[in-house]
Design a protein around this ligand. Sequence first.
Ligand code: SIN
Length: 503
Amino acid sequence: MPIPKSIPENPVSATTDSCSPQLGLDDPSLFIQAGIINGEHVTARETFDVDNPATGEIIGTCPDMDVDDTRRAIDVAHAAFQSFKSTPPLERQAYLAKLHALVLRHADDLARLIVWENGKAWPDAVAEVAYAASYVSWFAGEAVRQNGEVLPSTAGHNFVIKQPVGVCALLVPWNFPIGMIARKVAPALATGCTAVVKVPAETPYTNLAFVELVHRAGVPAGVVNVVTTHAHLVDVGKELTTNPKISKVSFTGSTRVGKILAAQASTTLKKLSLELGGNAPLIVFEDADIPTAVAGTLASKFRGSGQTCVCANRIYVHEAVYDEFAEALASRVRQFKTGPGFADGVTHGPLIHKAAADKVQQHLDDAVARGARVVAGGRRLGDTLLEPTVLVDVPADCLLTGEETFGPLAALIRFRTEDEVVALANASEVGLAGYFFSNDADRIWRVAEQLAVGMVGANTGVISSALVPFGGVKESGYGKEGGRDGTDEYLVKKLVVVGSRVG
Ligand code: SIN
């Protein structure tokens, strides 16, 4: 396993280095402790610390950029847009093809940065880099496929052309430190947009390394700019969503913050994509293939230690197969190994913060207090480390059914009928993903249509891919990422009516 060449015993010393060999990168210049405006590294009066969630040790610092810095980044992106919007599509495709090659060439270093700052286990980090690369590759193809339309007309001609929306504010989360920036920046570049990316304070370094590769791919300075911030987060978010030079906002994060950003963006009616919280139901029907259902549940529930918006959160199992499914799932979960992401054989890393682990613990304790039993895992191994856990006899009404746990807790709830379980699954104000397992073809179509979510996995726990539209309904937000729709989010359609001479 290509883990860091040398893992520092005391990574704290990394804080003073601008190029930190201590992180064990093959290319230490990918470790950037600065914002990026107009292709240049920028500092600020204050800095904030970034830690390793497995140990709490500081691995580096970043400038705490404020509203003035953000305005500067927006002005630069706005100036860059005036020329980048006319870049020939083949040139934009070439940038993305080169970026794809660079992401793959530096895959080990990017995965190392993910483990250092996000904590996820090495195999998960490697998978995330490949996932990010697939978005860059998909949007490289999209760059040359933005065809318009010629429409019928009674006189003259009607054309619809597609143009880049403008400067985009891209607000990315910490749970996929390269996956989410890739699926926002790549369509922006494919369509001729420019961007200001607000990276998360928890995981700035992988995002910054990705933007460094954007520049190495030849993308002109000023097209992609990065704001790193912690103390000024609220004000920076407000600037990005109200500044008239920004035309589009794309945000991945909580429903609570998404609503605030949407309200702010409404003042200038910006185009919005919001990928917000989920509380995904996963249903195992009595006619399911149990090994398939177990594999799908493991894939959906425990990816990134349960910290994805599409993780199964409420697992409904038909009473006829409940015990069989619970035992099969628990025996697989008992084989997981929890620990720091670089450690040998570790399958599941820590949660991002102590507060995140406390929330999972609270959901676990609440369910147990209401009669649930732990049949796998259940131990807290440290501030941020929780064993992947399976709970049985979970009541349909408890803390974890009402809100996203965002952690490695699989809670199994019994049900009896299809109508009952579809009603339970849909009894949520959010609707991002939903999963179910059944061998009945009629039921597959019926339930897929009935689930009030934006994405359904039928007989699979894996739904995410660069080729398909990712997004939710209800309070999980609107707009899609990936697939052809993911490109349209960065374009505006313009009608051009060409008349005929009258004289
Ligand atoms: C997310 O958790 O926000 C994204 C998950 C995915 O892309 O599969």
